[in-house]
Design a protein around this ligand. Sequence first.
Ligand code: SF4
Ligand code: SF4
Length: 444
Amino acid sequence: MATVAAPRCAIPDTPLAAAAPGLDSCVHCGFCMQACPTYLALGDENDSPRGRLVLMRSLLEGDVAASDPSLGTHIDQCLGCRACEAACPSGVPYGALLEATRATLNTSGGSGISRVGRFILGVFERPRLMAMAMFLTRIVRALGIPSLLSRMPGRLGFASAMLASTAHRRRSREYVVPDEGTRGSVAVLTGCVMQGLFAETNRATARVLATNGYRIVHIAGQRCCGALHAHAGDLEGAKRLARANIATFESKAADFIVVNAAGCGAMLKEYGHLLSDDPGWHERAEHIARRARDASELLAAAGPRGGPAKDGAAKTRVAYDAPCHLLHAQRVITPPLETLGAVTGIELVTLVDADQCCGGAGIYNLQHPDVSQAVLDAKLDRIDQAGVAIVATGNPGCLMQIGAGLVRRGSRVRVEHLIDLLDAAYAAEAEHQQPAVARAQTPR
Ligand code: SF4
Ligand code: SF4
């Protein structure tokens, strides 16, 4: 009987060795190439999904050493956007392979996580440090310093522009919402950056869900979801945070865990995979993952309720840019459009290449500013061509990346979370109907 030789493995007992079966499904067809923003920007096969999969196999079989700087560069330069995964007809689990490869490089003499990257991940893992960092960031923002520095060249200028782009957010007019919903109970994942810089969007998320029949459950003690850690290959850090969040979300019953940050939602939905080798936590992780929903999914399931159309009023042109971790990782496609369809007074305009990454990708924009800028420039050009007043999206990284690009171009286009647009429509409707009683009320 003929025997099939097992693939060589030069790095046993590593995350990549465990994920290796995923490599076997790649047939090198190249269908993923044109979906890859780094390949389109750099034109190098090694910076394409197919090329990176070949590099991963070379690392696995010992043809390339983990310490090879070229290997580290091409793996590092991947945005982790997973557009290739969605385009692949063979079902190659590219995202899981990328995380496993990075984790392997971190522990096998590879390039590893940079000192700055380790510092940032360390802050995200420590809630008090994170709260303090966000508090100081808000003070800097309130003083207007980011706006002053936003046109400076280099990383400081770009980081300032990211923060400056969040400064226009104001507490929206609030409105009375029902206390009891009949569609089930939801706990809002507060998130690190969302709670630190977009807290009003978290409150808006609770308001619009309550308006659409969901009962809000508040769960204290939440931690960072671990997405940044997983994407950087710090799988142990991601697992620590996942276990802490699982225990926290188990402390109070809620039918759904709702997320308004696409990267965090993708992470929660993959908790089961992350903890698949941990018998004490795997089933608990799967239970949390099954209940995780993007806010737009729950709103689409509810209708969602729209405001009355304003006859004759000029409509604001709005384009939707799909966050990669909503579109490619979670495969949530139409719910954001259904949510925006309920917003009174907007004309939804198609954004060409809305499925392409904006180049944000967590802290990628600060680690690889040139590649990130090349990817962002393509997005900004498409936004210019669309002739819109507002770009709507659903992830803090995309809000800040596109926002920074618009600030630095001197554009008048605003970028908004789609939940904020629906919330503002409900607030305007309430004020129109009952100006005397429309006032602040967020579900408690
Ligand atoms: S990842 Fe998928 S689409 Fe890309 S080359 Fe391999 S099989 Fe083809
Ligand atoms: S994750 Fe994105 S950047 Fe990385 S190979 Fe796939 S398409 Fe390219």
